[in-house]
Design a protein. Structure first.
Length: 269
């Protein structure tokens, strides 16, 4: 693991990155001065944001553990950010050694940092791509070389589609469908997405603060998320908040809800 106090080659330390802001909110060490300043502004405006970030990361961890426990050994993490605290490749390999993970992100700074963090792991790779370009994401040599789509794959879209602000809801739904079409039965879709359904005021503040960054956010509704899972078998408890999706002891308690989350399985036609 590279020294988190030292930036990877060609990292622009003056521009905050959403992935590193998230790392700051979670108490990680893979962030720099500009990220911490942006993160502190976010916490000052939306005090619940740290609790929300922790609850969301707990959901992702439980989702990976659940799916690995069901026998899936391949993960495609879209809009992955930095594979730091409780990253899918480390979580999955705790219970299923040999699990393959491909991380996808469009931020070249994040990709260069993530490559350094995973370069010693032959079963984990990082691809620089826009998740909206599913043909490239699925067909490039790295993805196709590591993932076998004739066997079940878990696709993670966690807090990623919300950054496709210019995409209308129907377009975002079609992006999800383009990945589902490539999956065989027994595969899974894991999604989380920012919503204003629970706390409209906090969500509006988050949206305002991110509007001036390179990754603004666009909240979407529960009904939109349910459309993304049309034809899939939802795992209990269905569409809910991060803290309420099969909570363990570490996630018990009251957490601010800024996200909808759900997991679905693609059954045989």
């Amino acid at each position: 693991m590279p020294d988190p106090s030292q930036p990877p080659f060609q990292v622009d330390l003056s521009t905050p990155a959403v992935a590193r802001i998230d790392d700051f909110l979670l108490g990680g060490g893979h962030n720099f001065w500009a990220d911490r300043v942006a993160g502190e502004r976010l916490v000052a405006a939306v005090p619940c944001i740290k609790g929300s970030a922790a609850a969301h990361r707990g959901f992702v961890k439980r989702a990976v553990l659940t799916i690995a426990g069901l026998g899936v050994r391949q993960f495609l993490d879209l809009g992955a950010g930095l594979p730091t605290l409780s990253a899918p490749h480390s979580v999955a390999n705790e219970v299923a050694p040999g699990t393959v993970v491909v991380y996808v992100d469009n931020d070249p700074v994040v990709v260069s940092h993530a490559e350094l963090m995973t370069e010693q792991d032959a079963r984990t790779a990082v691809v620089q791509a826009d998740l909206a370009d599913s043909d490239f994401v699925l067909g490039n040599d790295v993805t196709s070389g590591l993932l076998d789509f004739t066997r079940p794959v878990a696709v993670l879209m966690c807090a990623s589609l919300q950054h496709l602000c210019e995409a209308e809801d129907d377009d975002a739904t079609r992006i999800v469908a383009s990945y589902l079409e490539a999956l065989c039965p027994g595969s899974y879709l894991v999604m989380s997405h920012m919503t204003a359904d629970y706390d409209a005021e906090a969500t509006a503040l988050v949206r305002e603060l991110f509007a001036t960054t390179t990754a603004p956010v666009r909240p979407r509704s529960e009904s939109w998320l349910r459309r993304c899972f049309a034809g899939l078998e939802l795992l209990a408890p269905g569409v809910t908040t991060p803290a309420l999706w099969r909570p363990d002891d570490a996630s018990l308690g009251t957490h601010p809800a800024l996200y909808h989350v759900a997991i679905g399985c693609k059954s045989a036609a």
